[in-house]
Design a protein around this ligand. Structure first.
Ligand SMILES: [Fe+2]
Length: 170
């Protein structure tokens, strides 16, 4: 169903300029929905906000996976759905059911330890992931648009179709 068709079917109480809802089974049954990001690291897109540079996704890291050191210029909110993980830069562990707030400027390296087969965490991110090396030098970045591009490329290659990502974009 096209977005235009769906909009015309909306209840009169919803303003015509309002974007459509996103409703997804968060943890997908189809493995292809997960987008590979790094060895043992993948993400499942849920929402891409192209107007304020925000996105929501599930991050899945399997045993011994590492999400490269990065900082966020804006706040990040996380909720651990499964497993546990920690940052090399902190002494706490985020366990299943934990909520995590990361303040602007926070630099960290996410790791999943040997005793955890798999962790899945919902993240709400705004701005970008600014990747840095040990000296703090920039090594790359990801933002809402590079994430969309990654999804489009993966979905085209895996058979879901490049436009599968469109359902998440507002
Ligand atoms: Fe982060």
């Amino acid at each position: 169903m096209s977005v235009t068709a769906m909009k015309s079917d909306r209840p009169a109480s919803t303003h015509p300029l309002s974007p459509l809802e996103v409703v997804e089974v968060a943890v997908p049954e189809d493995e292809r929905v997960w987008v590979p990001q790094a060895p043992n690291v993948s993400f499942r897109p849920l929402f891409f906000n192209t107007l304020n540079g925000q996105w929501c996704n599930l991050l899945r890291v399997r045993k011994s996976g590492v999400l490269s050191r990065h900082l966020h210029p804006a706040p990040v909110h996380g909720f651990v759905i499964k497993g546990s993980w920690r940052y090399l830069e902190h002494d706490w562990v985020a366990t299943e059911g934990s909520y995590v707030f990361e303040p602007p400027g926070e630099t960290h390296t996410l790791v999943v330890d040997e005793d955890c087969e798999e962790m899945i965490t919902f993240f709400n991110i705004t701005g970008c992931m600014y990747y840095v090396d040990e000296q703090g030098n920039n090594t790359g970045f990801e933002d809402v648009f590079t994430k969309i591009d990654m999804c489009r490329k993966h979905y085209a290659a895996c058979g879901l179709g490049a436009d599968y990502v469109d359902r998440f974009i507002r």
